[in-house]
Design a protein around this ligand. Sequence first.
Ligand code: ADP
Length: 151
Amino acid sequence: YSGKKTGQAVTDSMMNMKVRDFQSIPIVVTENMMVYDAICHMFLEDVGTLFVVDKNAYLTGALSRKDLLRTSLGNKELNKIPVHIIMTRMPNITYCFKHDSLIHAAKKLIDKQIDALPIVKEHPDGYEVIGRITKTNITGAFLSLAENHDL
Ligand code: ADP
């Protein structure tokens, strides 16, 4: 790291990082999926957050590892509880858009103390889930910034 010029260049690249350029594929499940199947899904897809959609494929909720763990602790009948009963639901879902800056998304993750945000596209009657941004994506972006500037 050497001096003012590098500092300005790093700042510029950081401000230009967009959610779109660092996103992952979203894993979504429908509201009526049973908790048992959602747990299997989370393992098979190797994600920490599942997004929940209605029959029109519009965002209705989010499911974290601990949401599923909490439900598993007290219940034997995970095959009979649909995920919409235990999920965090709209309008309490924090989301972002693909053109948002990565900094803006990072701030949402920290402010809300969550691991992932759905990237959505707005339609007249709902939000379509088109991507996912996680703490891992932000860490990767942080590293790419250092690498691109030989830090
Ligand atoms: P964990 O609960 O496994 O630590 P999180 O910190 O991501 O994982 O989730 C904390 C809580 O926030 C959970 O109850 C989860 O349903 C909820 N949550 C996860 N993602 C979002 C989101 N994008 N918007 C609102 N709530 C969320």
